[in-house]
Design a protein around this ligand. Sequence first.
Ligand code: ADP
Length: 261
Amino acid sequence: TERANYTERLEKTVVERTRQLEEALGKEKELNELKTKFLSLVSHEFKTPISGILTSATLAGKYTKEEQQEKREKHLDTIKSKVKYLNTIIDDFLSIERLDTGKTNYKFSTFPLSKVLNEVIYDANMHLKSGQSIKYPPNADDITVDYDEKILELSLSNLIHNAVKYSSENTIVDIKAYQNETHLEIQIIDQGIGIPEHEQRFVFDRYFRAENALLSPGTGIGINIVKNHLENLGGNITFKSVQNEGSTFTISIPVTKSPSL
Ligand code: ADP
């Protein structure tokens, strides 16, 4: 019987080991699939703007005459905007790494809201579809912000680009700013495709992309990063969305100084 017991124990160990091995192999397979998916996503994200840059650079090189200056500059602007877009994606990847390893350094400064908005809208304007426009908040010049300028720029850039990207021709992206004693709230309102209700609870998950968004380029990391940064700095982000009608994303950041100081 001792021998029988021993065999039984051995069998159990073998079964348990096999199970552990299978689990590990399964995990490795899953990880490998994730890596492949990630690589294909990244390659795809980079390939489209890069071919655009190549085309514009070739065309810009052909317009050498004085009277073709305008055309040349248009292509150079396109190149600039596409390179900037690639830069944002890389910044997003770096942001993820820093957020995950807790290595984010924030830097507070005082600046006019209009400064950040001007920069972000200038870029977003290059991605507009025909008849699309961005409405600037009329009170932006009166608002002074005391925050991490890079983070506010990253947040507004992500949200405004999304609003443009996920809307069709002849729509308006409206930006509104409200300030009270404690918070500055900025709303980005679009008339776009919206987010299907059953997927709304995943919006802040990393790599999430709604099923109705898959025709547009994207990595699903922008909003996740924005939320993490804002929350690290005492702010937050919320949204409301109706499919085929539009979305409103609202960021709120604490006001530490009154605008007149
Ligand atoms: P990306 O746009 O690169 O996919 P984001 O993290 O910025 O990544 O957004 C995640 C997802 O949330 C998008 O893929 C899209 O499905 C949805 N989404 C974000 N903003 C909007 C918007 N303004 N309108 C419709 N869907 C949006």
